[in-house]
Design a protein around this ligand. Sequence first.
Ligand code: GLY
Length: 560
Amino acid sequence: MISKTSYFVFSFFLLVLATVKAQTYGKHGMVVSDDAYASQVGITILQKGGNAIDAAVATAFALSVTLPQAGNIGGGGFMVYMPKNRDVTTIDFREKAPLLATEDMFLNEDGILIPGSNHTGLKSVGVPGTVAGLYLAHQKYGKLLWRDVVQPSVDLAQNGVSLSYTLATHAKSFSESDAPVFLNNLFRDESGTLLDFGALWKQPALANTLALIKDHGRDGFYKGPVAEELAAFMKDHGGLISKQDLIEYEAIERQAVKGTYKSYDIYSMSPPSSGGVALIEMMNMMESINLDSIPFNSTPYFHLITEVMRRAFADRAEFLGDPDFNDDMPLDQLTSKTFAQNRVSHINMDKASLSDPSKFGQLYDGNNTTHFSVIDKSGNAVSVTYTLEQSYGSGMGSPKLGFLLNNEMGDFNPQFGYTDTGWLIGTAPNKIEPGKRMLSSMTPTIVAKNGLPYLIIGSPGGRTIISTVFQTILAVLQYDMPIHQAIEAVKIHHQWLPDDLIYEKYKLSPNVVSALEEMGHHPVSRDQLGRLMGIIVDDINKVYVGAADSSSPDGAAIGY
Ligand code: GLY
């Protein structure tokens, strides 16, 4: 006989499947996320009278249950908020280096980086910021009671969800590899049996942790039993995070970085994310070029945007880091129109530029971040990207707490002073320092038209986030593309060094790839770039249009 809980889960699953479409319309609200359960939680909160912040907080907590590879309470991220009648603001809940972190913590005795050490084990974990960030956002701008927006995630963890095909394949691969114990046990039932696709997946330890957060707010995580256990787990297993790190962690409200593209205003995340500054620098460069004779998806188009990305990423490497540790970052200069014009003036439309290896290099980083976009009936808009860094973060966590810890320390420059041709960058703004936030590429963005939210967008993808968000916004604003098409359009990525032009192999025509190679580029294929989650406000038809990237196996745009 089917139990009440299973019936609930099954009906919910069917409901969600019925609403998943490439493009979705909503009159009163829209939530687009990487997971249908989480989008549905957000919509339910809107239907109960919550505002966009309530829905965003509820969605984020739900993702921490249903999308464990990136949704989190053990990581960090950024929120951009555009209330209908007030100024845009942002919440920075990026992780911080523990107080015991040192500049050389990932180096051997010869001062050389131990490969992979900055992404492995408990020393790779930054002090988590997600709970503090969501709490701050809710305290300042939420409408419903905190406990009511956290409760749905407690229910999902307690009652269980149907294990998706994607997660079932991850579960199988963890069971067949030497994955950390926490990951190996994540998708098993009480008797230790590995769960299969469609099985009811419950997480009682996570439900307890979320219940403490629901009852005690921020303190439910940074003080009391959760903090005690987290600090003890760190101590017992060679980690650095202490109770003091947890008590002292603060999320920060920061001014959004602002730019314009023609008549549109662009609001995005300021440092410690590099996303907003680089995005605005790229959009400024594009605005200074006459694009009338450059068709979308032509060879000149890809050449041009590659050169634009190459320049913005070089500046990112040189200048950006945590603003609380770098008071001399030239943000006004990097986001100015004249700076962009100057950068563009050195582009040769026939030939690739050189990425000078004697100056900068870049690390690729984790691409298992997740983004979601929300808008409510009053037109308040929220754009959130948050992450554990790599897929499932460090893969580690206390079984008593039930959540995964990030490996975000890998986003610092690990070997200060040493920059090479390929992978290492050693510039000062992003060197490791105790209590510092590591530089991010997350680019949660809101574009406004006539002072009101128009496009809410973001993506996972490590450094490729900036490139994919840039190209999606350009496709909508410059080439008038519908949101769904702009999200699905072929994307490329260039990050200065390594001097590779990454492209989506099934989408970019081989003729274009050859032509770019002849111009001096170094094309390298990848299956896919970005997993964009966007909303457009169609102010003519008075409707919200949401689209979840088709590369997201369980994502959904849900409107009402
Ligand atoms: N961990 C990916 C980012 O912050 O950009």
